[in-house]
Design a protein around this ligand. Structure first.
Ligand SMILES: [Zn+2]
Length: 126
């Protein structure tokens, strides 16, 4: 296997595999150079999680990685719903938002990738 050292946008270096057709390899190299390394990506996403108020997820690394975009999508949906909610429902939506931020079980998010809002809403009588 052929390898090349590349420098990520964050300045960290990584050895990447350069086997394969030239065009594909060039694309892979360019993408790697334009992005942060895995460790900086993790730090950045944990930091933005704290800013958004998300709790730490627990589960295996791969569960957490897959659960992360799901709960972000759900929070975005709740935000949109809340914006269109009637005044008297605002408190309930605030509560729903808190539930999304607090749910820390990665496996739960994977299980409820499509019906998370429904399940959480059942508990707060929306
Ligand atoms: Zn880095």
């Amino acid at each position: 296997m052929a390898w090349r050292m590349i420098t990520h946008r964050c300045g960290h270096q990584e050895r990447i595999n350069v086997d394969g057709p030239y065009v594909i390899v060039e694309q892979r190299v360019r993408r790697a150079e334009e992005t942060l390394c895995t460790s900086c990506t993790g730090i950045q996403s944990r930091r933005s999680n704290r800013l958004d108020g998300f709790c730490e997820l627990w589960g295996s690394r791969s569960q957490c990685d897959r659960a992360e975009p799901i709960r972000r999508r759900v929070l975005a949906q709740v935000t949109v719903l809340a914006r269109h909610a009637r005044i008297e429902d605002r408190d309930a939506f605030d509560e729903l938002r808190k539930q999304v931020l607090r749910r820390d079980d990665a496996e739960w998010w994977l299980e409820h990738r499509t019906d998370a809002i429904t399940i959480l809403a059942q508990d707060i009588e929306l």
